[in-house]
Design a protein around this ligand. Structure first.
Ligand code: TRP
Length: 333
């Protein structure tokens, strides 16, 4: 391993199918980092169960997420790609870190407040301590950089506070991680409500596009995308949220800049623009969907990938966990 390379860790919860937002905001950036960094990516299934999941669906989505990651270009030879629950060190360090995370800190997490408002009948302890499990995910690998969306920044900041607290007591055990928020594609918004982030929970309302969606359903969603009553295709993220979101998506899919796109649609209406965005997204996702479909037909290959990933992840994670156990005073077995 190249010591000069920066270590990266990130994860996505398989609590819904992967969306266009996860691709443009996360996976596409991950693919680009493979050569210059030492990267670890997990399917965060342990995080997914903080909200009740159908077991068969969770299993299907976890494996499908892995296949889609690979289909997006994430090479499992160059990156360590694994399923979180396959590496017990996450749960083990998670518990230790629970004991170094304050009730008050967890109570202030915006995501906890949002989620507990949405799941009022299931405000379980896991939902509350989720950020210390996420801190374990990150600190186990001594990550330098954590690519995340804006909504996860607070969790990475808490991770830093926990690491600092632990290091102050026991010496330099954990590397201090930095959140890394990509500029382009970081915030792909809902097609139905461009005020809020594109979320996998909107699968039925046409607000989100999933990587495995059919071309017809993608076209339908873009044609129905919410815009304003103006007719000019121009970028104005405050005044024209819907159109600006579509412009971001179009530029990412077509590989052009905002001014170029504005020029292209200068004298064309919203209808023609929405059709063009839909077509560009269909073409961008077509090879991904086809490749993921093929991979899903080869369960033995996928199992080989996640077993190899779990083995490599466990080696790195085990080293940190052993150090932590020793520091806190557990007897060596
Ligand atoms: N909490 C992240 C999300 O909901 C997913 C995640 C789990 C993660 N563990 C992580 C992200 C570690 C970055 C690093 O999107």
């Amino acid at each position: 391993m190249d010591e000069a390379k920066k270590r990266i860790l990130s994860g996505i919860k398989p609590s819904g199918d992967l969306t266009l937002g996860s691709y443009l905001g996360a996976i596409k950036n991950w693919v680009a980092l493979a050569d210059s960094c030492d990267c670890y990516y997990c399917m965060a299934d342990m995080h997914a169960i903080t909200v009740r999941q159908d077991p068969a669906e969770l299993r299907r989505r976890t494996v499908s997420q892995l296949a889609q990651n690979i289909a997006c270009g994430l090479d499992p030879k160059k990156n360590v790609v694994f399923i979180q629950s396959h590496v017990p060190a996450h749960a083990q360090l998670g518990w230790v870190l629970d004991c170094y995370t304050m009730f008050g800190e967890l109570s202030r997490m915006t995501q906890f407040k949002d989620k507990s408002a949405k799941n009022a009948d299931n405000i379980n302890a896991g939902l509350f301590t989720y950020p210390s499990l996420m801190a374990a995910d990150i600190l186990l690998y001594q990550a330098d950089l954590v690519p995340v969306g804006e909504d996860q920044k607070q969790h990475v900041e808490l991770t830093r506070d926990i690491a600092h607290r632990f290091n102050t007591i026991y010496g330099e055990v954990f590397k201090m991680p930095e959140p890394w928020i990509p500029k382009v594609g970081a915030r792909i918004m809902s097609l139905q409500d461009p005020q809020s982030k594109m979320s996998k929970s909107e699968q039925d309302t046409g607000g989100c596009i999933c990587l495995m969606d059919s071309p017809e359903s993608i076209m339908r969603a873009f044609k129905r995308a919410v815009t304003d009553s103006d007719t000019r295709v121009c970028y104005d993220p405050d005044g024209k949220k819907g159109i600006s979101n579509l412009l971001n998506i179009y530029c990412a899919a077509a590989g052009i800049t905002i001014p170029q796109a504005e020029k292209e649609f200068e004298n064309k209406g919203y209808g023609a623009f929405k059709t063009a965005v839909g077509e560009a997204v269909v073409e961008m996702l077509r090879p991904i969907r086809e490749e993921a479909g093929k991979l899903l037909g080869d369960k033995a290959y996928l199992a080989e990938v996640y077993r190899d990933g779990a083995m490599r992840a466990s080696q790195t994670a085990g080293r940190t966990l052993r150090k932590v156990y020793k520091k806190v005073g557990f007897v060596e077995r």
